[in-house]
Design a protein around this ligand. Structure first.
Ligand SMILES: [Zn+2]
Ligand SMILES: [Zn+2]
Length: 299
């Protein structure tokens, strides 16, 4: 457990130092992973704003982590590199397929990731258990859905509980826990930042560092998944390799420029992962089917 904690911390710190250096000091790109703003105060149910998450619904009475971990700095920030990590390295048998059929992109997955996971339910003797007693087990799912292969930009829309799927075959939830707080700051996850919800659906609340590992030839992060409106989600780096922060992106956490898309270079809208809240999407740029949130286990 200690070993995997240290490994993640070292990688995260290196990324922060890199982000700062690449931008020459204080700039919009600079993100201090030891002092990330807790997103709780940047959640709204009434419209999109840069750096905020626009949730369709939050339930303040729902369960979640019951206690702030010592990684909260006490001043509205938290230290990502100091978070307790759910221990373990369990292997799974993923079944994941994406197929482009005309104007559709067709997905099927059992939601089991192509990387190791922590042991769930969380070991009672682990550090993580002290703050978030996730009692759920990871269960195989049977999920099939279709997204538009060439999505169109529309009016921003609110985030349901599940917002996409990553190329690990695992679903991506909104950045919020059930009571509507910053899930990355509050909850504990495993070394690939995943954990199961109550029906056993393994999911992330940020783009897993086990998935965000590749870059395009221009230094821009590679595609890491798809949002439920069909737009691509890319990793943390802009063209040239600098890490982006939420203030570099629009209110839905994306921007438009040329990227690799279905084997071609295409100028199009896409979302980005960032180290800072809301981590993945702030709202949805395209149309989506309201039933998708439930289909993917996110309510
Ligand atoms: Zn969760
Ligand atoms: Zn980009």
């Amino acid at each position: 457990m200690l070993k995997s904690t240290l490994r993640f911390a070292a990688g995260a710190v290196a990324a922060a130092v890199f982000a700062g250096m690449a931008c020459g000091g204080a700039s919009a790109h600079e993100v201090d992973l030891k002092r990330l703003p807790v997103g709780d105060d940047y959640v709204t149910d009434s419209g999109a704003r840069v750096g905020w998450a626009w949730a369709c619904r939050v339930d303040p009475t729902a369960g979640g982590a019951y206690k702030q971990g010592p990684w909260f700095n006490g001043d509205g920030t938290y230290d990502l590199t100091a978070k307790a990590i759910v221990p373990g390295n369990v292997s799974w048998n993923p079944k994941f397929a994406i197929e482009k059929r005309g104007s559709d992109r067709v997905f099927s997955t059992n939601d089991l990731p192509n990387h190791g996971t922590g042991v769930y339910p969380v070991d009672r003797n682990s550090e993580a258990y002290k703050y978030d007693r996730n009692p759920n087990s990871i269960e195989e799912q049977s999920i099939s859905f279709t997204l538009p292969a060439e999505p169109k930009i529309g009016q921003p829309k609110c985030l349901p509980g599940a917002v996409g799927i990553l190329l690990s075959g695992t679903v991506l939830f909104s950045p919020l826990d059930e009571p509507g707080r910053d899930a990355v700051a509050w909850e504990t996850q495993d070394k690939c930042q995943g954990h199961p919800q109550r029906t056993g659906v393994y999911h992330y609340h940020s783009v897993s560092t086990c998935v965000d590992t590749e870059t395009q030839s221009d230094g821009h992060s590679a595609l890491v998944g798809y949002a439920i409106d069909g737009f691509g989600i890319f990793g943390r780096k802009d063209v040239g390799g600098e890490a982006l922060s939420s203030s570099d992106l629009d209110e839905c956490h994306g921007h438009t420029h040329e990227v690799d898309w279905d084997g071609r270079r295409v100028e199009m809208y896409h979302y980005h992962a960032t180290w800072d809240f809301p981590y993945t999407l702030g709202c949805l740029r395209g149309d989506y089917d309201r039933s998708m949130g439930r289909l993917l286990g996110g309510g």
